[in-house]
Design a protein around this ligand. Structure first.
Ligand code: CP3
Length: 361
């Protein structure tokens, strides 16, 4: 039954559109319910591939942008509306949570993010104060509120955080890495200190995500972007308990998407850590992933981001294959296997969204 326009208005007035969003294709898919088409959003849907974003970045630094709730809202909403995605993602960054821990954070043109204030000993970890103060991330919560206000009431907003492993690895590497040697050396050589670090990071992530939910996020995604550098047994021993603790600590009425890259070799454990929806990268087929994780959770993914730099017919073939792998099974959210690449033509992204909607309807 369709809601009459006057009823919709009443809903919007009384609950900020929450009841409308609850019925959105995206949130229905998160709950594993049948949808009339496959909803889609893209990791890094707001970013350098989009002219509107580059224009803003010509005027402000990336960190100043992240700390300006009005601009964050503008970037997130512009991207969602321009590509017609079924959800918006908060505009922010994974690493902002490191500043209230006492680390320095800088985004450099040549080397990406640089984190200063290295951790070398148990004392360094102990000194990481009782020190995470949620208040110092008020600008993120304000960005959630502002984005919520600027979005159409029916469009869900996704909040996010880095998962404990990926954040700990950024701390220990001091930036991006190919080998993750510092992280692995630290983790394998000082397990007790590693566990202490992971405990502190996990508690902060729980507070941070619940703060975003209180501010109005309709769903949250936990990014374990670097976890694929680990072996299966190490994932279980050093990481799983903390991802699980975070997921168990998130308010229950809001769906959580648990995303990782390179998780194919330990997908069962990754799924056991929890999440209403498991986000899969493009290294594994979705039907195989579902077989491993089990059919009781939703699945998100998994077009290769490079595909979006190819001809439309090539993209279409790949989309068709992914939709066929999932078939009639409910609970699929279409996404890339990782973030949109900066050289992606925006036209291809718009076509992808239309294509997924049409082909899955
Ligand atoms: O549209 C969205 O997805 C929302 C915004 C968002 C950004 N970063 C904006 C951003 C999200 C969800 C992230 C998550 C993030 N940040 C991750 C996890 C996802 C992933 O890619 O695995 C990670 C690892 C980071 C850390 C980070 N931030 C790196 C390594 C870099 C530099 C490399 C790069 O891609 O530019 C950033 C910068 C960053 N974060 C940009 C944007 C739009 C580019 C900044 C600029 O130059 O304008």
């Amino acid at each position: 039954m369709k809601t009459k326009p006057e009823e919709m208005d009443a809903n919007v007035k009384t609950d900020d559109g929450r009841s409308l969003r609850k019925k959105s294709e995206f949130l229905r898919a998160c709950r594993g319910e049948k949808t009339s088409y496959t909803p889609i959003w893209l990791m890094r849907q707001a970013g350098r591939y989009m002219k509107e974003y580059r224009d803003i970045r010509d005027k402000v630094s990336f960190l100043d942008l992240c700390k300006n709730p009005n601009l964050c809202a503008e970037v997130a909403v512009t991207a969602q509306e321009k590509i017609g995605a079924d959800a918006a993602i908060l505009f922010s960054d994974l690493l902002l949570i490191l500043e209230p821990f006492g680390f320095g954070l800088e985004y450099t043109k040549d080397h990406g993010p640089v984190i200063t204030g290295r951790i070398e000993s148990k004392r360094d970890v102990e000194k990481l104060s009782g020190g995470f103060h949620k208040e110092s991330l008020q600008f993120v919560f304000d960005a959630v509120r502002q984005t919520r206000k600027s979005l159409k009431p029916a469009v869900p907003l996704i909040g996010f955080s880095g998962a404990p492993f990926t954040l700990a690895a950024y701390i220990l590497e001091g930036g991006t890495s190919r080998t993750f040697l510092s992280t692995k050396q630290f983790m394998f050589s000082n397990p007790e200190t590693w566990h202490l670090l992971m405990e502190k990071v996990s508690s902060a992530v729980i507070d941070y995500l619940n703060g975003q939910i209180e501010a109005g996020a309709d769903a949250v995604q936990l990014f374990d972007s670097w976890v694929g550098c680990l072996g299966a047994e190490d994932y279980r021993e050093y990481v799983l308990p903390y991802s699980r603790r975070v997921i168990d600590g998130i308010k229950k009425d809001v769906p959580l998407i648990h995303f990782g890259t390179g998780t194919g070799m330990f997908l069962k454990s990754f799924g056991e850590a929890g999440g209403d929806v498991i986000g899969i990268d493009h290294h594994i087929r979705l039907d195989q992933a579902l077989e491993v994780i089990g059919y009781t959770v939703g699945i998100q993914g998994n077009l290769d981001p490079a595909m979006l730099c190819c001809p439309i017919d090539t993209i279409r073939k790949s989309v068709k294959r992914i939709l066929e792998q999932v078939g009639e099974r409910p609970g699929h959210i279409f996404n890339l296997g990782h973030g949109v690449l900066p050289t992606t033509p925006v036209e291809n992204v718009i076509r992808l969204v239309e294509m997924v909607h049409e082909m899955s309807a």
